[in-house]
Structures are given as C-alpha cells and as structure tokens.
Design a protein around this ligand. Structure first.
Ligand SMILES: Cc1ncc(COP(=O)(O)O)c(C=O)c1O
Length: 291
C-alpha cells in the first residue's frame, strides 16, 4: 500500500518528505509527538491526543503555528487520503531549524509531520498468554529535570535504554521505577494491577505519562463497577497482585503474567484483565472521530 505523509501541510510521498538536517527535533530531540490509533475507520480519542500534544508543546514553549482545529483536519486528511481503516498515526512537531542549542538563534518554524503505519507492538500470543516483564535499572527522570507528562522526543532515549535492558534478558517489557523507587510505568505503557477486586494504577506524580488508554480503562472499569484507585506502589505491590496488565495506544491492553520471574496471581491472564480487554476492544470499535 502506497502511503502519503503530511509534511508542513503538504501531502507528499515518503521519498519527497525531506526534513532539514538542522531540524532541532533531529539534532537535539527538541520536539513533541503523539501516537494515535485508527479503529474501524475512526480516529480513537483524537481530541485527547491533540490536547496532549498542545500541552506538551506549551510546557516546552514550542509554538505550534496552526490551531488545534487545523491539526485535527490535517490528521484526518492523512487517514482519509491513505484509505486507512485500522492503523497507527504518528504526529511529530519540532521546535524549528538551526544549529546550536539556543532557540534564540534558530528559525522558529516547527516541522509538523503526520504519517500512518501498521503497528503491532507485541506478537498475538503475548496478548493471549501475557507478557513476562522485568524491572529495569534505568529510572524515570524526575519532574524537576524533565516532567514525564510531557511527551517530548528527547525523553524517549531513556525509555529506549530501558527497553534494551528488557530485550537483553528476553523479557516482553521493562518496568521502570522513579528515582524514589516507586513503580511508575513500562517503557511505552502504563501499569495496572488488580488486588482484591480493586484496580490500582500509579498516579501522575509517580512519574508517568498520563496515558489516554489508561484514562479510557479507568473510565470503562468504573462503568463496569470495578473500583479504581491511583496508588503509589512498590515492587512488593506488583509481586503480590492478583492480576496485572499494561495499557498504551501502541500496546492497547496486554496482560502481564510475571514480574522478575514471580508469577502474578495464577501466572496467567486473570478474569478482570479479560473483562477489561473485552470492554476496551468493544469501545475502540464503537467510538472515535470519523474521518
Ligand atoms: C512512556 C509511556 N507511558 C505510557 C504510554 C501510554 O499512553 P497512551 O495510552 O496515551 O498511548 C505511552 C505511549 O504513548 C508512553 O510512551
């Protein structure tokens, strides 16, 4: 399938999509991004993703030169032009172009790139049988350095290092702690545990990205009558949980069955996890913004 991308408002082929060598996103990771999914021809939680993109940009003083409405239209255009019904959308915005760190000395014309792709984060059997997860030594940077709620390009080098640590021991994912040793999130997903029928997830102050899938799962669980709490957790809480799962736009909802070789609960995807996965799948098929 031939896919077009939107670069600074123009639909071009990937071969024509040229980004300046001195783009600050490329040089310094100086930019923000979003990953969004399309289900059944509808863009899932589009407004929430656009809002988060603009919040990330605001926090970093990156002036996105188009309105949220225009951004929304551009995203819809790419999905429409590429005839996508189920795909992953990547939106990237950099600060501008110029060599040298100082934003005073660069052209503050953000590069805005929107593309679509197929993305399956884990093989299908992992959704069936669950992930084996290890705790990694790479910590989440504290908000005093780089607030983890900002979905910035640069922050992800830390997550890539964490992912490589997990890969080194053949684990499905890496669980990251904050500098105080509390559980935060996986390298690209939020964490939930189930304990005595209650769903717990670390609060934003633990050092997480406030995931849109996380918010969706919290909303669905409440509707299903499953109590949800934001709880600071240590590894002990996860080791002794009845069930656990991870959530993210790319990952969707995926069971987690062991952590550091300790089986979680029965060591297989649990009942609450199955119910949440079913509710999430149904919700993705029946909601979203038409293109
Ligand atoms: C570090 C991190 N945590 C959590 C998430 C999940 O967030 P969302 O559900 O909004 O995709 C992501 C993915 O965007 C992520 O990169």
């Amino acid at each position: 399938m031939r896919r077009f991308v939107n670069l600074n408002g123009q639909m071009v082929s990937p071969a024509e999509a040229k980004i300046d060598l001195y783009d600050h996103g490329f040089l310094y990771g100086d930019g923000v991004f979003e990953g969004i999914r399309v289900y059944n021809g509808r863009i899932f939680k589009l407004q929430e993703h656009v809002d988060r993109l603009y919040h990330s940009a605001r926090a970093l003083m990156i002036g996105i030169p188009i309105s949220k409405e225009e951004m929304t239209e551009r995203i819809k255009l790419v999905v429409r032009e590429n005839g996508e019904t189920n795909c992953y959308i990547r939106v990237t915005v950099s600060r501008g172009i110029g060599l040298g760190l100082d934003p005073k000395h660069i052209r503050l014309e953000p590069t805005i790139a929107i593309s679509t792709a197929d993305l399956a984060l884990y093989p299908p059997e992992m959704y069936e049988n669950g992930l084996h997860v290890v705790t990694v030594s790479t910590r989440i940077p504290p908000a005093q350095c780089l607030d983890p709620r900002i979905k910035s390009l640069g922050r992800y080098i830390n997550n890539i290092l964490a992912k490589m640590e997990a890969n080194r021991v053949g684990a499905g994912e890496g669980l990251m702690l904050n500098v105080e040793g509390y559980v935060a999130e996986a390298t690209g997903d939020n964490l939930f545990i189930v304990k005595d029928g209650v769903l717990h997830t670390p609060p934003p102050s633990a050092g997480i990205l406030a995931g849109i899938t996380r918010a969706t799962v919290m909303m669905l669980a409440e509707k299903m009558g499953i109590p949800v709490r934001e709880t600071m957790m240590t590894l002990y809480d996860v080791y002794t949980a009845d069930e656990a799962f991870l959530t993210g736009t790319a990952a969707e909802v995926v069971p987690m069955v062991t952590l550091d070789e300790r089986p979680i609960g029965a060591g297989k995807p649990g009942d609450v996890t199955h119910r949440i996965i079913a509710a999430f799948r149904e919700h993705t098929q029946s909601s979203g913004t038409p293109v």
